[in-house]
Design a protein around this ligand. Sequence first.
Ligand code: PMV
Length: 324
Amino acid sequence: MSATGEAHGKIILCGEHAVVHGRPAIAVPVSQVSARVTIERAGHELVIDARDLNQTYRYSDLDPNHPLGAIIRLVLYELGEAAPPQATLTISSTIPIASGLGSGAAVSTAIVRALARFYGHTISTKRVSSLVYRVERIHHGTPSGIDNTVIAFGRPVYFVRPSPPSVPEGIAGREDPQPIIKPFTVAAPFRIAIADTGIASPTRIAVDDVRKGWEAERAKYEALFDRCAEIANAAFDLIQSGRPDELGPLLTDNHRLLREMTVSSPGLDLLVEAALRAGALGAKLSGGGRGGNMIALVTGETAGSVEEVLLAAGAKRVIMTEIG
Ligand code: PMV
């Protein structure tokens, strides 16, 4: 007997960091990269084979706060299963780790789906998202929840968490109030180039630094967050009304605001400038920043030259994706 679960990666189009402080953000799935989990009945205990990391774990040996052990435990509890299955759970993923493409949330989501199928249950998308959110809190401390939401829904989402995320009390702690989630349809598809700086950067540190900046200079940071909110709302209107080619200046402005929040880096700035010089309509860092990925809005005509220039400027990988 076996079951599989899958989940795609994601990018944040606009509003990252400000979203942790109650402002809206927009995220979209990236179908070119995904995490896949297979569970096959085998042996006398649950063994986790994390292929890409070259690691094998016995579930019974995992620390309670290990993200893999934590998500499995949460799902078993959700499904009313007292003991783990006697099985091998194999994880494989093409999503680069710690680069803002949602690798951790996608692996957790794929695990939830595979385990639910293994036991013949269905878990609603909203519930999948909130189970994964609990584990995201182990990775990130105070995540907004946008990553688990876009990945569980597998659709573009406009997302607002009106009250700040609570400091984690462990995965069994109380649940945060529900965010506002608007999955939406893209009226006219558009292309995004995603370029990887090759620098792994923990989101947690960047989020902490923005919080410290806000504590030190509240008025300045509130104004930066408000401007990000205006950008996210304007981008939402353009995408829904079929005018994605007008998004460019909004994305580039969002990058400037993120720079002011100190979450850009010389590598990200270099790639943003290179993309704009090569004809991208707009460009910005995407996700936690300091490293990870940047995105550029391209057209059929500029995609090739932007990709070439990004690679020449030092990008480790460029993924072209069509949104919508
Ligand atoms: O997981 P990342 O690196 O894509 O970043 C998530 C976006 C942040 O707004 C920086 C953090 C959050 O929890 O929303």
